[in-house]
Ligand binder design. Structure first.
Ligand code: NDP
Ligand code: 8X3
Length: 253
C-alpha cells in the first residue's frame, strides 16, 4: 500500500481532479460522493493511468450515521488515512437574505459545515492515533469576504476558515497539519448546482475571462501535501488572473 488520501466530493470538479493528481503523486485514494456511477468511472480512470489502489465510499456527507458506518467498515489497511481532503460542498441559490429559500440554506449548512465536521470527527482520530496526518479543507474566497446575495454560502465558508484554524490549534500537539485552500472562480459543476440546473446562467458565470479549472486547484492541494514534513501551509488563496477578489474582475465582454 502507498500512503492513503481520502477525498470527499470526488465525483466532479476539484475533488475529481485532486483524486487523480494524488494518485499520480503516489497515493492510494479513497474516493467518496453520492453518484456511484461516477465513482466507478473515476476508479477506472485512475487505475488506467496510475499504479494506485482505489477504494470507493458511496454516501451523503450530511448523513452522520452513513459517514460513521462507511468509515468504520473500511478494511483496516484503508484506515491509515494520511491526507483528508474535505472538499464536498455546494452553493444553492443566489438571493437576498430576505428572499432566501430555507431549504437551500439548510443544504449548504448541512453539507459545507456539518458534513465537513462529520468527516473530520471520524477521520481525524485515525490520524491522531498515528501522530501524523494532513487535513485540507476546501474553503473559498467567499470565506474571506461576503458579497451581495452570497449570505449563507459565504457564512458556511467563513465557518470552514474558522474550523480550519480551530483544528490546527486543537491537533497541534498531535502533529496534524491543517490547511485551507480558498479558491475564487473555478469552472466546475458548481454554478450548475448553484443555479439549480440553469445551464445558461451557469455558463455565463465563466464568460469573458479564463476561470480556474479543477486541475489548477488540485495542483495547489498536491503542492501543500508535498511540502516537507516540518512545513505547514495554513491557507492558500487562488484566483484566476482576471479576478482580484470577490468584487473585482477583468471581464472582456
Ligand atoms: P462540483 O459541483 O463540481 O463538485 C462538488 C462535489 O461535492 C461533487 O463531487 C459532489 O458529489 C460533492 N457533494 C456535494 N454535496 C454532497 C453531499 N451531500 N454528500 C457527498 N458529496 C457531496 O463543485 P466544485 O468542484 O467546484 O466544488 C468543490 C468544493 O470547492 C466545494 O466545497 C465548493 O464550495 C468549493 N469551491 C468551489 C469554487 C468554484 O468556483 N467552483 C470556488 C471556491 C470553492 P455528489 O453530487 O456525487 O455527491
Ligand atoms: C465559489 C466562489 O465567488 O462563487 O466559492 O463564491 S464564489
Amino acid at each position: 500500500m502507498n500512503p492513503i488520501a481520502l477525498v470527499t466530493g470526488a465525483t466532479s470538479g476539484i475533488g475529481r481532479a485532486t483524486s487523480l493528481k494524488m494518485a499520480g503523486n503516489g497515493y492510494d485514494v479513497i474516493i467518496t460522493g453520492r453518484r456511484e456511477d461516477r465513482l466507478v468511472e473515476l476508479k477506472n480512470a485512475i487505475q488506467h493511468s496510475y499504479p494506485a489502489n482505489v477504494h470507493i465510499l458511496n454516501f451523503d456527507v450530511r448523513d452522520k450515521e452513513a459517514v460513521s458506518r462507511e468509515i468504520d467498515k473500511m478494511p483496516d489497511k484503508w484506515k491509515e488515512v494520511r491526507v483528508l481532503v474535505n472538499n464536498a460542498g455546494l452553493a444553492v441559490g443566489l438571493s437576498h437574505i430576505q428572499d432566501g429559500e430555507i431549504d437551500d440554506w439548510e443544504r449548504m449548512i448541512d453539507t459545507n459545515v456539518k458534513g465537513l465536521l462529520y468527516m473530520t470527527r471520524k477521520v481525524a482520530p485515525l490520524m491522531v492515533e498515528k501522530a501524523d496526518g494532513h487535513i485540507i479543507n476546501v474553503g473559498s474566497i467567499a470565506g474571506r469576504e461576503v458579497y451581495e446575495k452570497g449570505n449563507v454560502y459565504c457564512a458556511t465558508k467563513h465557518a470552514v476558515e474558522a474550523l480550519t484554524k480551530a483544528m490546527r490549534i486543537d491537533m497541534l500537539r498531535d502533529n496534524i497539519k491543517v490547511t485551507s485552500i480558498s479558491p475564487g472562480l473555478v469552472e466546475t459543476e458548481f454554478s450548475v448546482v448553484r443555479f439549480k440546473g440553469d445551464k445558461e446562467k451557469a455558463d455565463s458565470t465563466y464568460k469573458g475571462y479564463t476561470p480556474l479549472t479543477g486541475d489548477d486547484v488540485a495542483d495547489v492541494i498536491v503542492f501543500a501535501v508535498n511540502m516537507p514534513a516540518h512545513v505547514n501551509l495554513n491557507n492558500i488563496e487562488i484566483t484566476p488572473r482576471a479576478q482580484a477578489n470577490s468584487f473585482y474582475k477583468n471581464i472582456n465582454t
